[in-house]
Every structure is written in structure tokens, then in C-alpha cells.
Design a protein around this ligand. Structure first.
Ligand SMILES: Cc1cc2nc3c(=O)[nH]c(=O)nc-3n(C[C@H](O)[C@H](O)[C@H](O)COP(=O)(O)OP(=O)(O)OC[C@H]3O[C@@H](n4cnc5c(N)ncnc54)[C@H](O)[C@@H]3O)c2cc1C
Length: 323
């Protein structure tokens, strides 16, 4: 273990952490990014065949052109883009290093990772929300046939699949598995497919449900998951159906414990929005900044790459004025 002295320590090498690193480099700040997984680990975890809802220029950072084959890029194209941006700019990124603790000191911060100790004058937390799924909290959720992330359809061919949720992720998974020969049932807590489902995908899912190719239970919840069936609470009473796999795509949440331990305060309503200055992105802890989707608290749809990439410039402008 060694103690390194830095101007800025950035936690998370997602698109926004990388954008912050580019800005630090341009301003000759001594910085490092610590990332617990692979580069852009959340994007790496996304479904293999996903297409972004944003066009590629809206995902660009620091105006570095993002060229994709079609207007809306795929996961692979996005991985290629952020990889090339990071390597060709020789950004200081330590992968597979998890930040465990951030402590304020009189002159800045002491940071403990699972590999080293650091001192930094300023901290940027850009840790996203994709690591902690919202659980169903029902019996059987711990069975190995239950997934909270979806990668690809092939393993689900000729299987009885329950997809929980009605957001973009659930709808994409349901359609893809149906088209690869899975028998899909959607279990939806609300009374309709989600409002934010991509406008070009919505007619597809509505038509598949209407024609009965994909079954859907609205105003319904899974009550219990058993090895070869599930019990669903529906408005017409309980129903037991055959089931091989449950794919519960019910959203994710930021690591609130980690943020609280760093001293960050949250709104007391159900949104749990972290306390930060919207002009500088500095949190209630002086010298500690928040960037990217994490700024939305439980409102995980509020910030995304398109609208939060500007955080990098806002933060580094303030850092250079105050360091
Ligand atoms: C299926 C899907 C499709 C999407 N499509 C779009 C789209 O079309 N357009 C758009 O703008 N947005 C889209 N989004 C949202 C977008 O991907 C996120 O907004 C984006 O990833 C946010 O970037 P970020 O850098 O804030 O967080 P993330 O990309 O989540 O990065 C956070 C990083 O921090 C790391 N980390 C976490 N904790 C620690 C720790 N303790 N120590 C070290 N590292 C840590 C994580 O491993 C991760 O790599 C989509 C999201 C999903 C799920």
C-alpha cells in the first residue's frame, strides 16, 4: 500500500467519469480514476444486442466524434468509442480497483481502495446506479433461475420465461426472447406498458400482447417463485403458471450507504436526491462533487449520458477556481 497525493480522485470510469478525466487532463490537474470493474462497466453489462435511444453525437464527450453505422449506436459501438477515447488520450484509469471509503481531512480527502490509499484535494463521485438491483423481496428470489440483469436470449429458447417490469429493458428482453423461441409472460405492476418505452418499440410489444404471442398480466405481481412454477397475484385472483426462468428488470439504485458514509445528505422525500449545488455539482461536503446519473438519487431516469456529460466541465471549472 502506498499513499498517493492527487489534485482530483474520480470514482467510476463510466462515460461521465471518463469525461471528468478528460477535463482534468486538459487543465493539467494531477488526477486518477478508480474503477471497480472493466472500463464503462455498466455499458459492458448491458444486453449484448442493445441499441441506445440516443443518437451517437449525443453520447460524445469533449466533442470527440462518435461515428456509428446507424444514427443510434449499439452497445459494441459505444464500448469501442469510450475505449478509444480513454486509450488514445492516455487517461490515468486504474481498473478493477474498488473504492471502499472516502474520509474528509482538514486539507482534502483520504481515500481507501481495496488496493491502495490516496490523498486528494478534491473527489468526484461518478459511480452510477447499475450495481444494485431493486429486489422483488419475495420467496424464491434467491433461486439460481432468477436474474436481475439480462444479457441475451439464446439460453431461454424453448423455455417458460417470466419477465417482470414494463420498462425499456423489460420490453426489449421480452421481445428478443419471444423471437428466439422462448415462451414469454410479462408481469407488470402497473396497468400498461411503460410511458418511456422507445416510441419505435412500443407498437411492437403492444401488438405481440394483443395477438397473444407474449402473455401479459397487468396490475399483477409475482407472489412466490418455485423451482418449476411461479404464483402470480392478479386482479382476478392468484394464478400458478409453469416457469423455467424469471428475469426481474425492476430497476436499480445508487449505493446510498457509500454516499452517506462520505457525508452526503439526501432529500427526505421518496426520491432521495443527493444534496449538491446545481451550478457547480459540489455536494454538501466541500470539495466532493457528484457527476452523472448518481445525481438523480432514486430517480434513475432523470440523468443519463446525454444530459449529464456537461457535469465534467462544470465540476472542473469550479475545481480550477478553488484548488
Ligand atoms: C439498457 C440501457 C440503455 C440506455 N440507453 C441510454 C441512451 O440511449 N442514452 C443515454 O444518454 N443514456 C442511456 N442509458 C443510461 C446511461 O447508460 C447511464 O446514464 C450512464 O451509464 C451513466 O454514466 P455514469 O458514468 O454516470 O455511470 P455508469 O456508467 O453507471 O458508471 C459508473 C461506474 O462506477 C463504477 N463504480 C461504482 N462503484 C464504485 C466504487 N465503489 N469504486 C470504483 N468504481 C465504482 C461502476 O463499476 C461503473 O463503471 C441507458 C441505460 C440502460 C440501462
Amino acid at each position: 500500500m502506498e499513499d498517493l497525493d492527487l489534485d482530483v480522485l474520480i470514482i467510476g470510469a463510466g462515460p461521465i467519469g471518463i469525461a471528468c478525466a478528460l477535463e482534468c487532463k486538459k487543465r493539467n490537474l494531477n488526477y486518477v480514476v478508480l474503477e471497480k470493474g472493466a472500463l464503462t462497466n455498466s455499458l459492458f453489462t448491458y444486453p449484448l444486442n442493445m441499441t441506445f435511444f440516443s443518437t451517437s453525437e449525443k453520447l460524445e464527450i469533449d466533442n470527440i466524434p462518435f461515428i456509428s453505422n446507424n444514427p443510434k449506436p449499439t452497445r459494441n459501438e459505444a464500448l469501442e468509442y469510450y475505449r478509444r477515447v480513454s486509450t488514445s488520450n492516455t487517461l490515468n484509469i486504474n481498473l478493477y480497483e474498488t473504492v471502499i471509503e472516502v474520509n474528509k481531512t482538514p486539507t482534502g480527502f483520504k481515500i481507501k481502495s481495496d488496493k491502495s490509499l490516496y490523498n486528494a484535494k478534491k473527489i468526484i463521485i461518478a459511480t452510477g446506479f447499475y450495481d444494485i438491483p431493486n429486489l422483488l423481496n419475495i420467496e424464491g428470489e434467491d433461486l439460481p433461475k432468477v436474474f436481475h440483469y439480462y444479457k441475451e436470449a439464446h439460453p431461454f429458447t424453448l423455455q417458460d420465461i417470466a419477465v417482470v417490469g414494463a420498462s425499456n429493458s423489460s420490453v426489449d428482453a421480452a421481445l428478443e426472447i419471444y423471437r428466439k423461441g422462448g415462451n414469454v409472460t410479462m408481469i407488470v405492476r402497473g396497468d400498461a406498458i411503460g410511458e418511456r418505452v422507445k416510441y419505435w418499440v412500443k407498437p411492437d410489444i403492444l401488438n405481440r400482447i394483443e395477438e397473444g404471442s407474449i402473455k401479459a398480466y397487468f396490475n399483477s405481481e409475482i407472489k412466490e417463485i418455485k423451482p418449476s412454477e411461479i404464483i402470480i397475484k392478479t386482479p382476478k385472483g392468484e394464478k400458478t403458471i409453469a416457469n423455467d426462468y424469471v428475469i426481474a428488470l425492476t430497476g436499480y439504485r445508487p449505493n446510498f450507504k457509500f454516499l452517506e458514509n462520505a457525508g452526503i445528505e439526501f432529500s427526505t422525500d421518496r426520491k432521495s436526491i443527493p444534496n449538491y449545488n446545481p451550478e457547480t455539482m459540489e455536494s454538501n461536503v466541500k470539495g466532493l462533487y457528484l457527476a452523472g446519473v448518481i445525481c438523480g438519487g432514486k430517480e434513475t431516469h432523470k440523468w443519463f449520458i446525454e444530459n449529464s456529460r456537461i457535469h465534467a466541465k462544470m465540476i472542473t471549472n469550479h475545481i480550477t477556481q478553488t484548488i
